[in-house]
Design a protein around this ligand. Structure first.
Ligand code: KG4
Ligand code: ZN
Length: 337
């Protein structure tokens, strides 16, 4: 079964052709990062206009690299939630048009579920496991029992972890995307130069929730207060200390979730899963196996949409032409406190 996957929820315009949910025939990712750089963040209006301009050539390249004919496509999967609505609508409308012209079914895909599914493309992973999705838009810790059976344990009650990286970086003029730059700068800095307030004191509604807004504000506005007077207030020290605080909160929650569920496998995805400190901290968990998708499948891409789309389509689950885009994630099960 050949599925075409379309991803346009944020600033990546990506289309992939994947066979049987596993074999990537093509995965074209056109990133808009350079075009949003002058604004230090994604500008929704610019993002949707660029998707409109680019999507046809991204599609043509994906088809040509895959070596298939459009008539061989068995189904189309497209991200339709959550994300920037203007951007989502470009991919969704394109998917509907293709579905009508090729007379093939399409399915609207939840971006979060797709990220959590991405590592299955390259690894054989048995359920259940602890899914950790850490990106610019989302921070989710969940017990994953199946591709569509996700029990969310914790989320962020305010900013996503990647959003905090991006906002701190924007404030100090380090550049965009903030996570990548702070990760690089942190290698040259002292992670103990500043002690930021313990973000875990900001209690969420649930035991495994995280909060990044307080930490972000402390790093942005109150750095002087936390400066011990001995450390040099260099950009590298700011980056390293902030990264330590942000990652420590996350890994503490993950540890608690592993302990309470007895799970011994972690599947991590999303842009922040590429972070050096996240990776080194998780690698030190004893008796725990950690799976990551390769870099290309860690950040936004069409292949993960096609791969999870295959799971739905194979069961005959499809969307109607009335399907809409939504900025919100589909409600998840929540059975943990
Ligand atoms: O998954 P993604 O491409 O897009 C969504 O947000 O869905 O993730 C992008 C986010 C950005 O916030 C970026 O700053 C962050 O991931 N990021 C990182 C790293 N690489 C990307 N954050 C920390 N360390 C990194 N190495
Ligand atoms: Zn994403």
């Amino acid at each position: 079964m050949i599925v075409l996957g379309i991803e346009s929820s944020c600033d990546e315009c990506s289309i992939a052709v994947v066979e049987d949910g596993k074999r990537i025939l093509s995965n074209v990712i056109a990133t808009q990062i350079e075009l949003h750089k002058p604004y230090n963040g994604v500008v929704p209006e610019i993002a949707s206009r660029l998707h409109t301009e680019w999507i046809v050539s991204v599609y043509e390249q994906a088809i040509s690299e895959s070596g298939i004919e459009p008539s061989q496509i068995d189904g189309i999967a497209v991200t339709n939630r959550p994300g920037l609505v203007g951007s989502l609508l470009v991919g969704l409308s394109f998917a509907k048009g293709l579905s009508m012209s090729l007379h093939k079914p399409f399915i609207g895909i939840d971006h979060i579920r797709a990220h959590l599914y991405a590592p299955h493309i390259e690894h054989e992973i048995t359920y259940p496991y602890l899914g950790v999705l850490v990106s610019g838009g989302h921070t989710v810790i969940a017990k994953v029992n199946g591709f569509d059976d996700i029990d969310v344990m914790g989320t962020t009650i305010d900013d996503a972890i990647g959003e905090a990286f991006d906002k701190v970086s924007k404030h100090y003029g380090f550049g965009y995307p903030g996570g990548v730059i702070i990760d690089r700068m942190a290698k040259e800095g002292d992670a103990y130069a500043f002690n930021f307030p313990d973000a875990s004191l900001h209690k969420g509604k649930h035991t495994y929730d995280v909060s990044y807004s307080g930490l972000k504000t402390a790093v942005i506005n109150q750095l002087d207060k936390f400066w011990d007077g001995k450390s040099e207030k260099s950009p590298e020290n700011i980056a390293a200390s902030f990264q330590r605080a942000a990652v420590t909160l996350l890994t503490r929650r993950i540890k608690r979730a592993l302990r309470d569920t007895g799970l011994t496998r972690i599947v991590a995805g999303g842009g922040v899963a590429a972070n050096t400190l996240v990776r080194s901290e998780l690698s030190q968990f004893k008796g725990v196996e950690v799976f990551y998708p390769s870099m290309e499948l860690c950040t936004d891409n069409g292949a993960m949409i096609a791969a999870i789309g295959y799971q739905y389509l194979k069961q005959g689950i499809t969307s109607s032409l009335n399907e809409n885009a939504s900025p919100r994630v589909t409600a998840f099960k929540r059975s943990y406190p």
